[in-house]
Design a protein around this ligand. Structure first.
Ligand code: AMP
Length: 405
């Protein structure tokens, strides 16, 4: 387990508490919020602080405005939904530093909540003026000057070193907020201190984005199941003709090296033993189940076959902990979502009925599990993409390092 400072360790009563949240919610073209999960994720910390009589100052990034004010990237859109969810008025400052922000901070009474405008409207959030890596320390100091205590509650940005995260921690002691705490407790238990046997299901499009992840996982797991487009590279490396499938032929040696590393570490690797192939990358394209040595030149592997699914379910039965990243097929296109849906539903059932610990995160994973109707059934689903992957890669995350005791 990671030994880090938690919100409950901080004396927050009457204090100005600067809370780094992640309000980077998805919006449609008209600017309407399409998924408020990230706002809801921040509620426990905010409510706790309000109850303790702290003055709550929320900071977040939104989008990629590149250091300039951009109307579409304003956090003003968060005020009304946040206010509704908390049933409390939310003050808003049109800049995260400067006179207006300073005045808004000074106006706060215990229990009040203030949201500052997008930190990425300032270039110093992500750029150092001297061309060094990181952020502008002067900008970080200005942000830090508003608080007496810093609470980092945005695990999803903890793989980055920015002014509003690690920068503030140069001046103020940083504590993990409740959402951060939940993330760290769950993912560190699943990867670093799991109930064994522990397996991972890793899918998705490409091996190239997951080399470090696979290399680290094989040293930690009892079983690694590889699916999705990336499995094709492993099959090709083993000499199978994958026809017109998505495949990174230049990474065949890397795939073989990962298989060797797994063997050395006593990690069993499960690859597809049969596949679903089609000539077109389209929903409901004519398709067939075939053996690995039977994929035609003009066919693409778009999903795992029924024998593979049955092997995966057996492996899930044997496991007490499961880590899931990436879909096992082209899940956006029915019926090539079958293996992902079946494995996800089965995982959720094992969680309910047998106490399996199932933790998922990264990229398209949440969308795939929601599509399967299984997301609610997992023990924990990370709100993070890159940060989840980097944790699983075994890399130290700067935003977590600042919380360590
Ligand atoms: P990633 O972002 O790496 O997790 O990849 C997710 C994407 O991989 C999804 O959009 C899937 O449709 C895609 N994918 C999974 N399996 C396949 C496959 N066999 N062929 C093509 N794309 C796939």
């Amino acid at each position: 387990m990671v030994d880090f400072r938690r919100l409950e360790d901080a004396l927050v009563e009457g204090k100005r508490v600067l809370v780094r949240v992640d309000f980077n919610v998805p919006c449609d073209n008209a600017g309407n919020i399409t998924d408020d999960t990230r706002i809801r994720t921040a509620l426990p910390t905010i409510k706790y602080l309000q109850k303790k009589g702290a003055k709550v100052i929320l900071i977040s990034h939104y989008g990629r405005p590149g250091g300039k004010h951009q109307a579409e990237a304003s956090l003003l859109k968060i005020v009304s939904p946040l206010s509704d969810l908390l049933d409390t008025p939310i003050a808003f400052a049109p800049d995260c530093v400067g006179e207006d922000a300073s005045q808004a901070v000074n106006d706060l009474e215990p229990g009040n909540v203030l949201l500052l405008e997008n930190t990425r409207f300032h270039v110093g959030e992500q750029k150092n003026p001297n061309g060094l890596k990181g952020y502008d320390p002067e900008f970080a100091k200005k942000l830090a000057s508003f608080g007496e205590i810093f609470v980092h509650d945005a695990f999803s940005v903890s793989h980055r070193s920015q002014a509003s995260t690690t920068g503030i921690a140069e001046t103020l002691t940083a504590y993990a907020g409740m959402a951060m705490e939940r993330e760290l407790d769950h993912i560190s238990q699943a990867l670093n201190n799991p109930k064994r046997p522990v397996m991972a299901l890793v899918g998705g499009a490409k091996v190239s984005t997951k080399i470090d992840l696979l290399k680290n996982l094989v040293t930690k797991l009892d079983t690694l199941a590889i699916g999705g487009g990336m499995a094709n590279t492993f099959l090709a490396a083993q000499g199978f003709d994958v026809g017109g499938s998505l495949c990174e032929h230049d990474l065949k040696d890397t795939a073989l090296a990962i298989l060797r590393a797994a063997k050395d570490a006593d990690c069993e690797v499960l690859l597809p033993v049969d596949v679903v192939a089609a000539e077109n990358f389209a929903a409901h394209a004519p398709h067939r189940v075939c053996n690995l040595d039977d994929v035609a030149e003009n066919e693409m592997i778009l999903d795992a076959g029924p024998q593979t699914v049955s092997k995966l379910l057996d492996a899930i039965d044997q496991s007490r902990t499961l880590i899931w990243n990436g879909p096992l097929g082209a899940f956006e296109l029915a019926p090539f979502d079958t293996s992902t849906v079946e494995a996800a539903k089965y995982t959720a059932r094992r969680v309910q009925e047998h106490g399996l610990i199932a933790v998922a995160g990264g990229g398209d994973t949440v969308a795939a599990l929601k599509h399967a109707g299984a997301a609610e059934g997992f023990t924990f689903i990370s709100t993070a993409g890159g940060a989840f992957l980097e944790w699983m890669e075994g890399k130290p995350l700067p935003g977590v390092e600042i919380l360590k005791k």
